[in-house]
Design a protein around this ligand. Structure first.
Ligand code: ASP
Ligand code: MG
Length: 441
């Protein structure tokens, strides 16, 4: 059985953790191991790009490069007996990055630069495996992870290239980079922040894997955000659709795009903890039998802006919503939540880059209000439209807190509410206390 294991930034964030990863993948006989960059690297590289873009920021760039050099050198020293090749690689990459005046040209050079974290981390890790006597092969992700001209992943090409490169029958451990890919013009590109999960899902789908495992530093997906709420617990099993909603609405443990490729092919996704490999974690699959619980989990997504349109033209008119949506489409701004009445429509977005233009165009329809600093809270569970009392239970548990928008009935498994971010902590805690008796068992 082909298995694809992906390890996030903290899982490879130190020499000690990299050793744990080596133990896990050899014990699990992972076919392909997908690695993120050591924690903090991508942020650091992006700050270098931002500094270079602003112009003369030599000192700041030099400082960040020095910090990366120290971090990776320490890791290499701790991890490898023969360090020469790794150090050459490290210095080669960082010397080039430090010389921003020479490399900074455009977005193309920025993408090449922010790929270096994954490229370095995976190379060092492969050296560790080889020193330990394993047959380890480093696959260069840009060679197979390719995009089409319209910026989507090219599944057919990925499948063809990967199956030619990977022989799942032997004992070879294939190591590769998450996040990085190649665009249609052949330049290095990436799958967006947190995109390593997506890489793993695509690789699993391309190779027809028996499972895809996402290893992080927490014991699976929790029923609520443990950073804000006490008494949360890991969910053992959940459906692809629930996981997709939770990931999309703020559960940081998994990139939302990572669900679809596995769902399409029925490949279970396991969420596991590198720091506690024996913990059960969460299995995301086609859950056939309902577990009897009405509520499964809550997730929250901050940084939400509401755009409210009051328009008398909407009264009894058709085609109005289409015109409104077209404005957002023109500015490539996705809409998350929507509620409508006969004279008003409220929409939420999380990307404000074109808000000024969007509002400018919407003003043609009527009065526009924009409110920032909101949070979408999404409750998932069994919400079949034939059951009664589900929405009432949810609303009763947060009756003391103002709610700005409610979306219920779009699917059979979720209800979303919009609140001011300042109310997030008590809102989540109240939901947890009332909807999850298990949390207090
Ligand atoms: N290193 C990339 C990031 O920090 C990709 C990933 O970790 O998934 O966004
Ligand atoms: Mg991640």
């Amino acid at each position: 059985m082909v298995t694809v294991l992906k390890f996030g930034g903290t899982s490879v964030g130190s020499a000690a953790n990299m050793r744990r990863v080596a133990e896990i993948i050899t014990a699990r006989k992972a076919t392909v191991t997908v690695l993120s960059a050591m924690s903090g690297t991508t942020d650091a590289l992006m700050s270098i790009c931002a500094a270079a873009r602003r112009g003369d920021q030599r000192e700041q760039i030099a400082e960040t490069v020095a910090a990366l050099r120290a971090k990776y050198t320490e890791c290499i020293n701790d991890l490898l007996r023969d360090r020469q090749a790794a150090m050459e690689l490290l210095h080669g990459a960082l010397d080039k990055i430090g010389d921003a005046a020479a490399w900074y040209r455009s977005e193309v050079s920025e993408k090449l630069l922010i790929a270096q974290g994954e490229l370095l981390t995976s190379a060092i890790f492969t050296m560790l495996l080889r020193e330990a006597g394993h047959d380890a092969v480093l696959l260069h992700a840009p060679d197979f992870m390719v995009k089409t001209a319209d910026g989507r992943v090219d599944m057919q090409a990925i499948q063809k290239k990967l199956s030619a490169a990977v022989n799942p029958a032997g004992n070879t451990l294939y190591i590769t980079q998450g996040f990085v890919c190649t665009d249609a013009a052949g330049n290095i590109d990436n799958l967006g922040r947190g995109g390593s999960d997506y890489s793993a899902a695509l690789i699993g789908a391309a190779l027809g894997a028996g499972c895809v495992e996402i290893w992080t530093d927490i014991d699976g997906m929790h029923n609520n955000d443990p950073r804000y709420v006490s008494n949360t617990f890991p969910i053992r099993r959940m459906s692809f659709d629930e996981a997709a909603e939770l990931a999309y609405f703020g559960a940081k443990i998994l990139h939302p795009a990572a669900i679809q490729p596995c769902k399409d092919r029925g490949i279970p996704v396991l969420l596991k903890n590198t720091l506690d490999p024996s913990a059960e974690g969460t299995t995301i699959c086609d859950v056939k039998e309902p577990d009897g619980a009405t509520f499964h989990a809550v997730a929250a997504k901050d940084g939400i802006t509401v755009v409210r349109i009051y328009s008398t033209r909407m009264l009894m008119a058709y085609g109005f919503l289409r015109q409104v949506f077209e404005v957002f489409e023109r500015y490539r701004t996705p809409i998350d939540m929507i509620t409508t009445s006969e004279v008003a429509v409220s929409l939420t977005i999380d990307d404000e880059s074109h808000i000024a233009q969007i509002v400018g165009e919407l003003q043609e329809f009527g009065t526009i209000e924009v409110e920032r600093e909101n949070t979408i809270v999404c409750v998932v569970g069994n919400m079949e439209h034939s059951t009664s009392g589900v929405a009432a239970d949810i609303l009763a548990s947060v009756a003391q807190i103002p709610i700005k928008m409610i979306s219920y009935g779009a699917s059979h498994q979720s209800m979303a509410m919009l609140i001011a971010t300042q109310h997030k902590r008590p809102f989540l805690q109240n939901l947890n206390d009332h909807l999850f008796p298990l949390a207090h068992a």
